[in-house]
Design a protein around this ligand. Structure first.
Ligand SMILES: [Zn+2]
Length: 346
């Protein structure tokens, strides 16, 4: 486990369309463990891990590089800014937050919060993100020199890790990306009995956009989207709505709003986990969506599923997950890849 790499992945900005800095880290970490890689027209990275084995199954494992965030959409006369959200962000979580604007330099800002003494007491509900004012406290002239329309903006929370847990922004999907990188570094490519490809994809948070063009380059038989997934295991939440629990191991997804995962492939992953004595949990829900949806239905299609680290407070300035769930996700993914040639269609 490399706490420094998790911190670097979480603290590096990468809103949809701005994944360049994250992709540099991905290349640095796994280029030497792979046979070759390409960056496609959208910016997806696709790595061929081992040399092609004729007649062996092909498996694609993906994690997306982008995080939910914002871009600068307007600069007011006085130098204050407006932003638009990229990806699903609850406006209740935005008001009063600290942000980082990635202009010519890294600039800290606050979402203007009207003090209670003078705020409109009758007003209820959250102000839409695009209507909030973003204040750097910097003069209008200097602001125009440093910041331009389209600059990316992220929550400014720093990643915190100790022996047990991680608190950070962007765990969706930097924790999935970390699982991917660690697994590829750990696997000896000579021991593979399948053709292993990995993708670090772009623009997932804007509707699985990057993932839709990956199958055309890989044509996998199996695909796994690695995610940080919703955990709602809080006091007061009815048991049937808690979904994945922190500490119970990776979530193998049965369904979400846009996916019915492949039953045979999921059964194979469960059998693999049972044999290796790895904790896992099953989730069937009708909300959310991941790149597995794109991998299942584009190109020639593939047997697709989602393997996820449970994360509380997804898409917020501070999500929470446990290191032991990260470790068991890496273990299950590794065993799943190494034994995929034994998969039998039911
Ligand atoms: Zn995600």
């Amino acid at each position: 486990m490399s706490n420094e790499l998790i911190k670097e992945l979480c603290n590096t900005p990468g809103v949809p369309g701005c994944e360049d800095e994250i992709s540099k880290i991905v290349i640095r970490e796994i280029e030497n463990s792979c046979t070759s890689y390409i960056k496609d027209s959208m910016g997806n990275l696709i790595f061929q891990v081992n040399k092609t084995i004729p007649n062996a199954p092909t498996i694609l494992v993906d994690a997306h590089m982008d995080e939910v965030g914002f871009i600068v959409s307007h600069i007011e006369e006085n130098g204050m800014l407006r932003v638009i959200p990229l990806g699903g962000i609850d406006p209740k979580l935005f008001y009063g937050q600290r942000l980082t604007i990635w202009g010519k330099t890294q600039i800290e800002a606050t979402v203007a919060a009207i003090p209670p003494h003078i705020s409109d007491k009758a007003a209820t509900g959250a102000t839409p993100v695009e209507d909030c004012l973003i204040d750097t406290g910097i003069s209008a002239k200097k602001t125009r020199a440093l910041i331009k329309i389209g600059d990316q903006v992220t929550f400014s929370t720093d990643c915190v890790i100790d022996n047990d847990r991680i608190l950070s922004k962007s765990l969706d999907d930097r924790i999935g990306l970390y699982v991917l990188l660690e697994t590829i570094k750990k696997i000896n490519k000579k021991s593979l009995k399948c053709n292993l490809y990995v993708s670090a994809s772009v623009q997932e948070e804007m509707g699985l956009r990057g993932a839709r063009i990956i199958n055309s380059n890989v044509n996998p038989d199996f695909s796994i989207a690695l995610e940080g997934t919703v955990s709602n295991d809080l006091p007061g939440i009815p048991t049937h709505k808690k979904l994945a629990h922190l500490g119970n191991g990776p979530e193998i997804r049965i369904s979400d709003k846009y996916l019915i995962a492949d039953r045979g492939f999921n059964n194979y992953l469960q059998d693999t986990a049972n044999k290796k004595k790895i904790n896992f949990q099953l989730t069937a829900k009708n909300a959310g969506g991941t790149n597995a949806t794109a991998f299942q239905v584009t190109g020639k299609g593939s047997k697709a599923t989602v393997l996820s680290v449970p994360v509380r407070y997804l898409h917020s300035p501070s999500s929470v997950c446990l290191l032991k769930d990260v470790t068991s996700t890496i273990k299950l993914l590794t065993a799943g890849i190494l034994n995929i040639h034994k998969f039998k269609d039911e």
